[in-house]
Structure formats: C-alpha cells, structure tokens
Design a protein around this ligand. Structure first.
Ligand SMILES: *[C@@H]1O[C@H](CO)[C@@H](O)[C@H](O)[C@H]1NC(C)=O
Ligand SMILES: *[C@@H]1O[C@H](CO)[C@@H](O)[C@H](O)[C@H]1NC(C)=O
Ligand SMILES: *[C@@H]1O[C@H](CO)[C@@H](O)[C@H](O)[C@H]1NC(C)=O
Length: 466
C-alpha cells in the first residue's frame, strides 16, 4: 500500500526530468528572470536572430549592461535571478530550494582545452572568453538590433566579432564535440545496453556496474536508471551466478537508493528486498553480504513502507541469524546500526509530532511508522540479549553503537536487563575502563572528549538497570 505522498514524488521526478531536458538543450545564454515565472528565457544568439519578443523581454527585464555573468565551476552552485550563463553549462532546478543551480558542462571543459591547444596555450586551460567579454557580447547583441549604433561602437563590435568565432564555426565544433562527449543520460544508456547484452563478458559487466555506481550518487541519474528499466537489470543481477556480479549489483543499488525516495519506491515494487534478504540468508562471501547490508540499509532508511515490508518478509530473523553467525565480525555493527536507525527514526518522527501545526505528509508518515511494529518483534526475537554482545568488541564506536541501541530498546528490554547479571557486570567493568580513559583524556586537556561521551552513555544505561 503506497501512499499518495510517495506517488506524488515520482510525478515530480518526471517533471524534473522534463525540466532538465529543456534546460540542457538551451543554447548559448540563458537569461533567468524572476518576473517571468515561466522560469527560463532562452536567448538564441546567432548574429541577428533575436526574435522581437525575446529582445523586448530582455530590454524590459534585464539590461545586458547589468547582466551579471555567472562563472560556473565543476560544482553545482545556485544561480541568482538575472544571471547569465555561458553556453554549455549544466543548469538544473533544485526542487527543494526552488533555486536554479549551474555547473560547468563537460562540453565546456573540453572546449576550453581544445581552444587552449589551438591557441598554443596548453598550460592555461581557461575559458576562451572572460566575464567582461561575455557581457560586452551580450550588449552587442542588443545593439545589433538597435539602429543607432555609433561608429566607435561599431568598431568595437567588429573587434568583438573578430574575437569571437563565427556562430557557424562554433556550431560545427559543438556538433563534433557532441559526437565525442556523452551526457550522463547517454552514458547510463550505453552502460545499460552494454550490461544487458548477451555479448558482454562478466568482467565488462562488472566494469559497467562500477561505472554506474559512480553515476547513481546523483539523484537524477539514479532516477533515470530506474525510469528506463535499468534498476530492474541491476536487481536481477543480484541473483546472477557470479558472486562478483551480485556484489557489484548490491553496491549500485545501495548507492542509488541512498536518500532517493523515488528509487526506493521503485525498488520495493520490483522485489528488491526479497532478493537482498536471499543474499543475506544463504552462504555467500563476506564481500557480497557487506554490500547487501548496505543496500538493505539504504532501502529502509526513512521509508516506513519498506520497513514494514522488511518485517513481514522475516528480515529481522535473517539479520538475527547473520548476527549470530558472524561472531566478532564487522557485519554485526552494520546490522545493529540498521536496527538502531529504524528505532530512532520512528522515535524522532513521533517527537516532531508535538509540533503545533503538523502538515499532511507528516501525518501520513506518522500513520506509516505506526504500522512498523519493530520493538515487540525485536524483543521477541532475542535482540535484547544479542545487541549487548557488541559491547565485547574492541572498537569504541561499536561499543557506543551498542550502548545507544540498548538505550533505545530499554522500554522493551528493561525487565530482562535487570535480571541479567552478566550484562551488569560487563557494564561495570566498562565503566571503570572508561573512567580511566576519561582521566587520560582530561590530562591531555580534552574536557568533553569522546570517552566522556561513552561513559555518560554507560552511566545512563546503568541507571536504568537499578
Ligand atoms: C555479438 O558480437 C558479434 C561479434 O563480435 C556481433 O556480430 C554481434 O552482432 C553481437 N551481438 C550483439 C547482440 O551485440
Ligand atoms: C534487455 O534486453 C532484452 C532483450 O535482450 C530487452 O527485451 C530489454 O528491453 C532490455 N532491457 C533494457 C533495460 O534495456
Ligand atoms: C533470480 O530469482 C528469480 C526469482 O526470485 C528467478 O525468477 C530468476 O530466474 C533467478 N535468476 C537467476 C539467474 O537465478
């Protein structure tokens, strides 16, 4: 039962993709204006062809004199209204902040390099024009429409024309570059069909998954992959016969699912959880299990629907068996982290429920989290005594994770813990150890150190056992 809220999520993604496509196909200069709520005003800058409406637009709303030319870098940066962007920049709309963001497009990076080489300036790979020149060029465009241009200005215009390569030549170059360069969208398509081809060797498939994993860290890329059937290909690879493919597929999934509700919904709907749990429940190399746990954690995070599904599929049982089987292993802390995150999320959402005016989606989430009855199951399946086993690990942060989880489970485990003398004696031993560590921390001048934090956790747990 998926909620309307989630469905809305995937609709807005389609809108977002459409917007991105629109934006990426724009030419030369985008003039963004706050007044036109239709978002983008696109300026086609051939020598003369500003159509009247655009020219009018520009005169009214953004005098090119005042135009601020944005200098993109290889990072996404927010664009202010009225800022112009050099051709080839990637522009996207951030739906959360409602701001437009821009970064250097691959075309530009390459173009700068090619231009640099042509002019024999290999050591100075920079733009072939600077912000001032671009401003002038924009001014020029406007004046090209204006008949009253003084001779001096005309000379300047000629000089500028000479500086800038003719549009036709630029277009030819761009066409060549388009053949050489691929957008993320194209790369994903290529990797998908490579991966899906019966001709591709296992090594090549692993390489393709590796490249995909890099790309899907970007929210839009992961959604592209999902919307074009690529996610299903990756999910299917989870039960391929080759362990390395299983591992790489789980890795791609974990990254694609991280903080990406649209992909999380799609993944649950295509049976990802069953396959991941199958990897965890059957004998596999450690590397496969680690990546599968990573994917499970990404899938469950902030997604109560997947969490209740996980419980229904017996996920807790699978994790319990894995915990028992991996004594002292690094899997244990990963498992406890997944549990802790689920308990904590639900706790946090019920606390923010005390806000005076909770919105509709918040209420929806409350309802969904209410259906995740994790705690009783945890107690029933022996987690009250499993989690404290992590206290024996040599790692401080593992012990910290165990203590936090013990505290989180306290309401359901308290009775059991009060009768558990092994637990209280190991807690007391730890208390002594950390008291000493805190002292040595203080000698080094660290008053609020990490060991102090762990000691405080220990004392809170001990207090609750009294
Ligand atoms: C597989 O490779 C062969 C030769 O390399 C080629 O002729 C054939 O078209 C390829 N098939 C597919 C489905 O790509
Ligand atoms: C994978 O290949 C099959 C045929 O070999 C095709 O039917 C399917 O649509 C392809 N899937 C994707 C996502 O390209
Ligand atoms: C993977 O599992 C599904 C069912 O979960 C099955 O239909 C499919 O044939 C399996 N594929 C392989 C390669 O084992």
């Amino acid at each position: 039962m998926l909620t309307g809220c989630l469905r809305k999520g995937s609709k807005s993604t389609r809108l977002k993709m459409a917007l991105m496509l629109l934006v990426l196909s724009c030419q030369f200069v985008h003039v963004l204006s706050e007044k036109s709520s239709s978002a983008l005003t696109v300026l086609e800058s051939t020598e003369t062809s500003l159509d009247d409406e655009d020219a009018h637009h520009m005169e009214e709303e953004s005098d090119p004199e005042d135009l601020d030319v944005f200098r993109p870098t290889d990072q996404w940066q927010s664009l202010k209204p009225g800022q112009a962007v050099p051709r080839g920049s990637h522009v996207r709309l951030n739906l959360q902040t409602r701001q437009r963001e821009v970064k250097l497009g691959e075309h530009q990076i390459i173009k700068y390099q090619i231009d640099g080489q042509r002019q024999g300036k290999e050591n100075t790979p920079g733009p072939s024009f600077n912000a001032e020149e671009l401003k002038k060029a924009l001014k020029n465009i406007k004046e090209g429409v204006d008949p009253e241009t003084s001779d001096k200005e005309k000379e300047e215009e000629e000089a500028l024309r000479a500086q800038f390569r003719p549009m036709e030549e630029l277009k030819r170059d761009m066409a060549k570059l388009d053949m050489l360069m691929e957008s993320d969208f194209q790369v994903i398509s290529r990797l998908m069909s490579q991966f899906n081809s019966s001709n591709t060797t296992v090594e090549e498939k692993i390489k393709a998954l590796h490249d995909l994993e890099y790309l899907v860290h970007q929210v839009d890329n992961a959604q592209n992959l999902a919307s074009r059937g690529g996610l299903k290909l990756v999910v299917d690879a989870l039960n391929s016969t080759d362990y390395r493919l299983q591992e790489s597929a789980a890795f791609v999934l974990g990254s694609a699912l991280s903080s990406n509700p649209v992909v999380q919904v799609e993944a649950v709907e295509s049976g990802t959880l069953q396959k991941l749990l199958m990897l965890l429940a059957t004998p596999r190399p450690m590397s496969v299990k680690k990546k599968a746990l990573f994917a499970v954690a990404s899938l469950l995070r902030h997604f109560p629907f997947a969490q209740s599904h996980f419980l229904k599929l017996g996920g807790l049982q699978v994790l319990g068996d894995l915990f028992r089987a991996s004594e002292g292993g690094a899997l244990r802390v990963r498992i406890v982290t997944i549990l802790y995150d689920m308990i904590n999320e639900k706790e946090l959402i019920s606390q923010t429920g005390l806000d005076p005016i909770p919105d509709a989606s918040h209420n929806e989430r409350l309802v969904q989290y209410a259906q995740v009855s994790l705690m009783p199951l945890l107690a029933e399946q022996g987690w009250c005594s499993l989690v404290p086993e992590l206290l024996a690990s040599p790692e401080h942060d593992w012990k910290e994770k165990a203590l936090r989880t013990i505290l989180a489970m306290m309401p359901h485990c308290q009775t059991q813990y009060r009768q558990d003398y092994t637990l209280s004696s190991s807690l007391h031993t730890l208390q002594e150890q950390y008291q000493e560590l805190v002292l040595s921390e203080q000698v080094l001048g660290d008053e609020d150190g990490y060991f102090g934090e762990i000691l405080a956790l220990l004392e809170t747990v001990l207090l609750k056992l009294k």
